[in-house]
Design a protein around this ligand. Structure first.
Ligand SMILES: Cc1cc2nc3c(=O)[nH]c(=O)nc-3n(C[C@H](O)[C@H](O)[C@H](O)COP(=O)(O)OP(=O)(O)OC[C@H]3O[C@@H](n4cnc5c(N)ncnc54)[C@H](O)[C@@H]3O)c2cc1C
Length: 422
């Protein structure tokens, strides 16, 4: 494609959604993707908020047609104590269900659907250099034969995820303000007919003695599932000589995971990711903006990554369209500030998970329904709903609620939790 309007770096969910939306708006879009699809990616449990962003990008139909494992909430287990949050009982209006997806297939479908809308994709090309320019930014790519090529466009969207292309090239990287953690994960075939195992929920487990070590079990169709463990690097690695041995030792240490996975058959080698939390000093510059993980990534615990990626694409695409029409766009006010608002809500929840306040809240079974509904809305991805006090003043409301749950646990009196969060 010659003379493109927009270059998108990366064909993951953020890149595919932005490209699809811009193509629908009549823009000529070229996506440059380093790998070849289908390719494995982590990030398999979606949040209901994703659904409206997929719809805005014109990609919802293709996702529904894929017949993925439905998801309606999150179940939690700690020391034999089990509880669950149902997204359909959330405070914020909108989708209350979504899917658990194998990303190789999901990402392939999204980019195929974007291509059907007129997007061009080049696989096997890596973006290596960039020159910012308010009217004609340029990127230099290298293909697999080693050939380089420089291309320009009216705007560049960086959706390169962990590649973090513009964060590096434009020196935007900054401290993520989260302790560095690692994950060990694989796919398994589960052999269980345990009626307590709710396949429509992600299962989050907490290590019985070390509450900052936690687990995920994300069921897919056909009895397959993604199973991972998260913790600080040295602690995770101390459990065995190989990633597979460590993964197995940690799974065996959590009673519910050990029970569910007793006869599980591994379907792929155990993968590992280290120090994935990342942030940038700004999400935009002359002729470019950063989407999804190419900008900020917090932590996997509440499965917020794809939701944030899709929301960033939803916010950015119409703004790029206006830039291409010659309008002046205030990217700070129209993109960065609103996007970061919801990310900060997730950050408050992530911080509270690791310091124990959120675990106290989640495992406190007697919270009034309206409070659970407000928490459920955030965990369903509606972190941008400012009418929810747990979004607009997250830290204050988490603090108060955690303190009351703690008090209630000690005294057995639930009268004081009644007014929280209203
Ligand atoms: C352990 C762990 C578990 C997670 N679990 C979940 C979960 O359950 N749910 C959830 O929503 N999120 C989860 N996430 C987060 C999720 O993986 C990401 O947030 C999500 O994939 C981001 O999408 P993206 O489109 O921004 O980037 P990506 O999906 O990473 O896509 C970026 C694309 O850019 C390409 N690329 C990179 N560099 C270049 C380059 N130089 N040139 C061209 N192309 C390039 C890559 O090949 C890739 O295809 C998890 C993350 C971790 C670390």
């Amino acid at each position: 494609m010659s003379d493109v309007d927009v270059i998108v770096i990366g064909a993951g969910p953020a890149g595919a959604a932005a490209a699809a939306r811009l193509a629908t708006l009549g823009r000529r879009v070229l996506v440059l993707e380093r790998s070849h699809f289908p390719r494995f990616s982590i990030g398999e449990s979606l949040l209901p908020q994703c659904m409206s962003h997929l719809e805005e990008a014109g990609l919802l139909e293709t996702v529904i047609a894929a017949d993925y494992q439905p998801k309606n909430g999150a179940a939690f287990t700690r020391n034999g104590h089990e509880t669950a949050i149902d997204f359909r009982e959330k405070f914020t209006p909108g989708w209350g269900t979504t899917f658990q997806v194998e990303r190789a297939d999901f990402d392939q479908r999204l980019i195929d659907a974007a291509c059907a809308k007129g997007v061009e994709v080049r696989f096997g090309v890596s973006v290596e250099a960039f020159v910012a320019d308010a009217t004609r930014p340029t990127v230099t790519l290298r293909d697999e034969t080693g050939e380089t090529q420089t291309l320009s466009a009216g705007f560049v969207l960086d959706a390169s995820g962990y590649g973090r292309v513009l964060a590096r090239l434009e020196q935007l990287e900054r401290d993520a303000r989260l302790a560095p953690r690692s994950a060990l994960f694989t796919h398994v075939q589960i052999r269980t007919d345990d009626p307590r195992h709710d396949r429509e929920k992600i299962l989050i487990g907490v290590h019985p003695q070390q509450p900052d070590i936690w687990y995920w079990l994300i069921p897919f169709r056909d009895g397959r599932a993604s199973v991972g463990v998260v913790g600080d690097d040295a602690t995770l690695a101390a459990a065995g000589d190989t990633p597979a041995a460590c993964w197995q030792a940690w799974v065996d240490a959590e009673p519910r995971f050990a029970e569910l996975l007793a006869d599980a058959e591994p379907l792929r080698a155990v993968g590992e990711l280290h120090g994935y939390s990342a942030d940038v000093s700004r999400l935009h510059g002359p002729g470019y903006a950063l989407l999804g993980n190419a900008g900020e990534f917090l932590d996997p615990v509440f499965s917020s990554g794809v939701t944030i990626a899709l929301r960033s694409a939803s916010l950015a695409a119409p703004l790029v369209d206006r830039v291409l029409d010659g309008e002046t766009v205030d990217w700070e006010a129209a993109f960065e500030r609103p996007l970061r608002e919801g990310i900060e809500t997730f950050r408050a929840f992530v911080d509270a998970w690791y310091d124990g306040r959120l675990q106290t809240i989640i495992f406190h079974d007697d919270a009034p329904a309206e409070i659970r509904a407000r928490i459920s809305a955030i965990l369903a991805g509606y972190a941008w709903d400012r009418s929810n006090p747990f979004a607009s003043a997250s830290r204050r409301h988490i603090d108060t609620l955690a303190a009351l749950c703690h008090l209630r646990r000690k005294t057995g009196d639930d009268s004081e939790t009644q007014g929280v969060g209203t």
